[in-house]
Design a protein around this ligand. Structure first.
Ligand SMILES: Nc1ncnc2c1ncn2[C@@H]1O[C@H](COP(=O)(O)OP(=O)(O)OP(=O)(O)O)[C@@H](O)[C@H]1O
Ligand SMILES: Cc1ncc(C[n+]2csc(CCO)c2C)c(N)n1
Length: 309
């Protein structure tokens, strides 16, 4: 039987032992070197959070016109020079020549991929996988320069290498935070949502999260997950949330730690029944058990975020 209960504002409970843990503080400050910050092509948030994120993440990538946005974030070359990405990748139809030249001078590897059958976002994700897991990628790119596109075939070389290398690599968890994936153009935004589902299917080693000026957005995997946060972080930074069946109609088997907890709750876009404008009342965690992967958005107070990084 489906049910909804309305909880008090603060709830303490013993969560079940869940293998999949999403640590909200961890998205802002990953502990390991296996972490990447990817900048897509929209304006970068003007807050101190950006510089802290840059410092906390190990690898820095710009997808095509994302490089313009990084360049434009600063108003002088001296500041710019402290925030140099490791790679710029894409069909290079959006990045400006002066921006490209600046970053070439700074030694950034610019990887041209002209394929019109993948977005620059997807090309970036494959590049990040190759960076972390493929010794062959490093051999090829090290022994070649910008004039030969670092030895990478310039239409879909990254795609081809990714598919051959992934058969042999041994993966490990990678924290991947993406800026500018949501808002802006609607087709791009929906594409970003498809990447949450696709990446969970094919590259499950990523802990993938989108940060916007209003939200953290991630995928809750089928079978469920424990969402962890510090009490202070929750009180200062977290507001509303939604558990959203964007991929397909599904059932939320159980939630624990929400203001409106549900059990055996059918949910779908087509029926109009979704849990939006809910909120976390679990003091340090909340858990979800879902039948299919579901998108979770958590409203954040951007102004206060930087105190926790
Ligand atoms: N208006 C937008 N809204 C949301 N995301 C965007 C928008 N523009 C670009 N992006 C994201 O930034 C990535 C890099 O953008 P790029 O500079 O290549 O622009 P584009 O040519 O419009 O994108 P693509 O070539 O990938 O279709 C895109 O793949 C997409 O994920
Ligand atoms: C069915 C279909 N729809 C759209 C595109 C176009 N497209 C998809 S990704 C991309 C790259 C943009 O840099 C472009 C142009 C296609 N190829 N196939």
């Amino acid at each position: 039987m489906e049910s909804v209960v309305e909880n008090t504002e603060k709830l303490q409970f013993q969560p079940p032992a869940y293998s999949h843990v999403l640590d909200l503080n961890g998205f802002l400050s990953p502990h390991e070197n296996d972490s990447a910050l990817l900048i897509l092509n929209q304006k970068i948030m003007v807050t101190s959070v950006f510089k802290k994120l840059w410092r906390n993440y190990f690898l820095h990538i710009c997808a095509d016109g994302g490089a313009n946005r990084l360049y434009e974030y600063f108003d002088n070359d001296e500041d710019r020079s402290s925030y140099i990405p490791d790679y710029i990748i894409g069909d290079l139809d959006s990045v400006r020549d002066d921006v490209l030249n600046f970053y070439i001078q700074k030694g950034v590897a610019i990887i041209r991929q002209t394929s019109q059958y993948a977005t620059d976002f997807k090309k970036s994700i494959q590049l990040i996988s190759l960076y972390f897991f493929s010794p062959a990628f490093h051999r090829i790119t090290r022994s070649s320069g910008i004039d030969t596109n670092y030895g990478i075939e310039d239409c879909h070389g990254i795609h081809t290498l990714y598919h051959s290398e992934r058969k042999v690599w041994v993966d490990r968890d990678v924290d991947l935070l993406v800026l500018n994936a949501i808002d802006g153009r609607f087709d791009q935004t929906i594409h970003s949502i498809t990447q949450l589902y696709a990446t969970a299917r094919t590259d499950a080693y990523y802990r993938l999260c989108y940060l916007t000026t209003t939200d953290l957005i991630m995928l809750v995997p089928a079978g469920g997950a424990l969402i962890k946060y510090s009490k202070e972080f929750k009180e200062a930074c977290i507001k509303n949330c939604g558990l959203l069946p964007v991929g397909k109609p599904s059932v939320i088997r159980a939630t624990q730690g929400l203001k409106w907890d549900v059990q055996n709750w059918p949910t779908s876009i087509i029926s109009g029944k979704v849990s939006s404008s809910n909120r976390f009342v679990g003091e340090t965690c909340c858990f979800f058990d879902v039948e299919d992967p579901m998108v979770l958005n958590i409203e954040i107070d951007m102004e206060k975020l930087s105190m926790f990084m």
